[in-house]
Write a protein that binds this ligand. Sequence first.
Ligand code: NAD
Length: 262
Amino acid sequence: MDLGIAGRWALVCAASKGLGLGCARALAAEGVNLVITARGDAVLQQAAQALRDAHPDITVRAVAGDITTAEGRAAALAACPQVDILVNNAGGPPTGDFRQWDRDTWLRALEANMLAPIELIRASVDAMAARGYGRVINITSGAVKAPIDTLGLSNGARSGLTGFVAGLARQPQLASRGVTINNLLPGAFDTERLQATFAGGAAKTGLAVDEVAARRRAGIPAGRFGLPDEFGALCAFLCSPLAGYLTGQNLLIDGGAYPGTF
Ligand code: NAD
């Protein structure tokens, strides 16, 4: 299916691996020009080259930097001629017990998983509205809907972003001018981050890493972890005109793991 977004420009943050790269791949396959970012330059450049090799018709720019800093965001925005599509993403905060988290720990989580996306949205959405088309996708977490106790920093910071987006997406000056803003909530996806979570679980419980993974898998009706390209496919659809009437939503993609009706 042609999603009708060829030639547009997307800024996909934290996209050298995992879910961000899955989104970049799906957008590239639709002919979208890309600015991708990540902290580590070497892996980022490899990812960018693989995208160019697979899709010689598009432009791919790779900007190394920390998207949770003002400098990182400025460099990413400067590389993008216009942001038609913004995919907000960054590493998730560490797990732990809130008794050990001081104010600075909280501020780091808020910077990464709430304020950085809000700053990029602020830099982009009014120009999107002026041009009559824009898509913002925030990669958050299934933990926004079903909090995980050890992920308190994520639960808190991402819920702040979610509440903010719920109001912003409904502003008529955006919603009536072709700008949609939605959150994608991943369940368990097979990425480095997930493997690190299993390693952390193994260290804490004394179980083997494979056993920790098997127990997690057993709680997913689909019987497997999600693939970054499945995540990217939903992202690309949301970025298309076909999803123009869908805004302010939290879309869970988790193989049926969340047990509720709504
Ligand atoms: P990943 O570790 O596989 O990849 C993370 C990517 O982000 C890498 O490209 C890394 O270089 C980049 N990155 C990290 N911090 C950055 C920063 N400050 N600035 C720029 N780039 C940065 O992780 P993932 O599994 O793709 O997860 C992406 C997001 O989704 C994370 O916030 C994670 O917490 C969240 N999430 C993931 C899952 C899952 O199962 N994978 C589930 C729920 C939520």
